[in-house]
Ligand binder design. Structure first.
Ligand code: IFM
Length: 458
């Protein structure tokens, strides 16, 4: 611990597991799957994101690679016509679970609707039917970054979106609707995906709608408080719905975790700032939300370095990789994975909250069909999870981000996160990346087989 406080984790992060590593199995009944989100792959109804996308295309800015976005946005809806075969692709990898979101805008395209749009209910019923047919456990997210356009019309006091006072009731209404419609088939729910990312990118950095740049790291506090109220209202509605039906639910949130480490191991201000950011970005919201959660949902994307300047201590920089470090293995988005940090994180979360953990996302951006970096990550992170379990962490499932390539928000279509590649110019045809075969072996052995470890583990 003291070593970590002194800033040594950056060094330690590059320790590779050795040839003598004892390969461990995950517990029996472990859930393997992939994750997706509505706005990234489905037919759209007007939302804050569709408005942002249209504006970006019109003004030719706001989304990286906006030219591609303009060409491909229309095709992102292709999951609608691939439900059965995409679910079959996941099942074929040995997946026994799947995480996806049900679009709030698709179910409630208008503000005055008391009942959901029947076509939306029919669509998600179809997704659940396919998952059931393939014997896969669904994990459903209620609010994955995009919300209906009507929520963003200012009220009389000029409050919009998440900050509208009725936002918690609105999300609770969606929760009640969904548990009434699907509570017989869905037990695992995630109220909000990555609330802190939403607050940070939407209200501080300004790259997500509503594209605000409020000053200072605490300036998004009101938004985070509003998101917490939304989560609590939705969680309560899900529990109440389950009680009415005489069933039970497992409710959580998906928290994006990065391991913030100092850029320079011996610069005290880097060390302190990294610790403060870690607390604000990872711990604070979780601490507040956990009393109303049954499990900890973890979206893990590696390491981030924090660099400060003595003369301007608040103008710190966050870097996602160290280009001078050959072991960094950064993705095409420049994010460095860190299986040791992942393992330690799972152990720490388990000790802190004493609740089951589901890894609701973990993945990397790599376009090549022979996606060696993703294959390495799958193998190393699987062994890291097994080691965390051996150290006492109650990890019950792993969902890879993502099943298929998708629309990566403000980064457009360039970053490819899919186990399956999509060719948007060829009818959205799918091609398996090398990781698909690797994943099959992991699910078959419920852990890393020795042959894979020898090839990709070290
Ligand atoms: O694509 C996103 C997802 O929507 C939320 N978690 C991180 C992923 C990769 O950036």
């Amino acid at each position: 611990m003291i070593r970590e406080r002194l800033g040594l984790p950056k060094r330690r992060a590059h320790r590779r597991l050795g040839a003598g590593e004892r390969l461990l199995a995950l517990p029996s009944g472990f859930l393997w799957g992939a994750a997706t989100a509505d706005q990234q792959i489905e037919r759209q109804q007007p939302s804050d994101w569709t408005a942002f996308e249209e504006r970006a295309v019109r003004e030719r800015r706001g989304i990286a690679g906006v030219d591609q976005a303009a060409r491909w946005l229309a095709h992102k809806s292709d999951f609608d016509s691939h439900v059965a075969d995409d679910v079959a692709r996941a099942a074929d990898m040995g997946h026994c679970a799947h995480r996806f979101s049900m679009s709030w805008a698709r179910l409630f395209p208008r503000e005055d609707m008391a009942a959901p749009d029947p076509a939306g209910v029919e669509f998600y019923g179809r997704v659940l039917d396919e998952l059931h047919r393939q014997r896969m456990t669904p994990f459903v997210t209620l609010f994955h970054f995009a919300s209906p356009a009507w929520l963003w019309r200012p009220d009389r006091d000029d409050r919009r979106g998440i900050e509208r006072p009725d936002a918690p009731d609105r999300l609770a209404h969606l929760a009640t609707t969904l548990i009434d419609a699907f509570g017989d088939r869905v037990r695992h729910w995630c109220t909000i995906n990555e609330p802190v990312v939403l607050a940070y990118l939407g209200y501080l950095e300004g790259t997500f709608p509503p594209n605000e740049k409020r000053g200072g790291p605490l300036a998004a506090d009101a938004v985070l408080a509003a998101l917490l109220r939304m989560h609590e209202a939705a969680a309560a509605a899900l529990r109440e719905g389950a009680r009415r039906r005489g069933t039970s639910v497992q409710v959580g949130i998906a928290q994006h975790v990065r391991t913030f480490v100092p850029w320079r191991n011996r610069a005290p201000l880097d060390v302190v700032t990294a610790a403060v950011i870690e607390r604000l970005f990872v711990r604070r919201f979780l601490d507040q939300a956990m009393p109303s959660c049954d499990y900890v949902g973890v979206n893990e994307y590696g390491r981030a370095y924090v660099e400060t300047e003595l003369r301007r201590p608040l103008a710190y920089q966050v870097r996602h990789a160290d280009p001078s470090d050959a072991d960094d293995d950064a993705s095409e988005l420049g994010w460095a994975p860190d299986e040791h940090a992942f393992e330690d994180r799972l152990v720490a979360l388990s000790r802190r909250y004493r609740k089951p953990i589901y890894v609701l996302e973990n993945g990397t951006a790599e376009a090549a069909l022979d996606d060696v970096r993703r294959q390495r990550q799958l193998v190393r992170h699987t062994q890291a999870m097994a080691r965390a379990v051996q150290r006492g962490a109650d990890v019950r499932g792993y969902f890879h981000w993502s099943l298929v390539d998708n629309f990566e928000w403000a980064e457009g279509f360039a970053p490819r996160f899919g186990l399956y590649a999509i060719d948007y110019d060829a009818g959205c045809s799918r091609s398996a990346r090398g990781s698909v075969e690797v994943f099959r072996h992991l699910t078959r052995d419920n852990g890393v087989p020795a042959e894979l470890w020898a090839r990709l583990g070290r």
